[in-house]
Ligand binder design. Sequence first.
Ligand code: PGA
Length: 312
Amino acid sequence: MVILPSMHITIRQLQIIEAIVQTHSYSLAAERLYMTQPAISMQMKQLEHNIGVRLFERQGKRIVLSSAGQDIHPQIQRLIANYDDLIEGIHAAKDLHKGRIKVSATTTSNHLITQMIAQFSKINKNITVVLKITNREALINQLQNFEPDIVLMGEPPAKLDLLSERLIPNSLVVIADPEHVLAGKKNIPLATIADEDFILREPGSGTRETIEKHFISKSTVIKSNLELGSNEAIKHAVSAGLGIAVVSLHSILLELEANKLVILDVVDFPINRYWHIVKRKGKHLHPAAKEFQDFILKESVLYMDSYKQFIE
Ligand code: PGA
C-alpha cells in the first residue's frame, strides 16, 4: 500500500483557484470572492508551496493555468461541486421542504422546463430552482463537472456515467412561414426541401447534430447560409421568410396557434426523439432535488396533450 503524504488544502483555496481560472486575474478573482488581492496572492503562494506544484502562469496580462494546473483542474471543479452539494444537503436536512435545486436544460426545452418549474414552484414555495439554459455541448460539460442536480435534455450522451429516464416525445419538425410555396403540400420529398435555404442552430446544438445525422442517413445534403444561436431567433427568421428550419415541436406551439409558422409535411419527418431527465451516477440528490425529479417524471405526461394534435 502506498501512503501519500497529507497536504493542507482548504476549500477556500480551491474556490480562489476557480475564480482565477474564470477571470484570468488576481484582482478580479479577489473582487468576486470579496477578498483583497494580497490575500488571494498569499493564499495561492501558500498553497503552491504546500503542494509543491506551480498552478498558474502569466500570458501577457492574463493569468492562466500551468500545464500541471490544467491536469488537476477537473478534480478541483469536482471537489467544489461536492462542497456546494454538501452545503445544500445541510440546508435541506434542516428542512425537507427547503432547498436550492440546480437544474440545467437544453435551449430547445426552454418552454417545457419553464412551464414545469412554474407548476412545481406553486406548490413548493420554499424551494428555489436555479435554472441554466444552454445547448447540448455546454450541458455535457456541466454534467462532466457534476454541476447540475438534474438535467433535461434530448438523448443522453453515452460517454458519461448517467442515470436517465425517458420522458415524453420530442418530435423535430420542418417549419416554414405560412406563405411559403411548400406550405400545405403533402408528402414533400426530402430532396425538395434540401433545395431550400436552411436556417440552422449553432455547432454544439443537439438539434443541429440530429438534423445533420438524419439527412446524412438519407444520403441528402442540406445547404445553409444562416446560423442562429437560439430557437427564438430561428422562429423569427423563418416567419420572416428567410428560409426553412427543423425545430422541436415544443418550441413552436404558440406560433402554430397564432398561425405565424406552419409545419411542412415532409417525407421521413418528424424525427421522433424523446426528452430525458438525467443525472450523474454518484451525484447525491438532496430531498428537494429528489422531489423535483419525481415531480417531472409524474407531470411531464400532462404536457403531451398540448402538442399531440400537431403530429397526429
Ligand atoms: P439543443 O439540444 O437545444 O442543444 O439543440 C436539444 C437536445 O438535447 O437534443
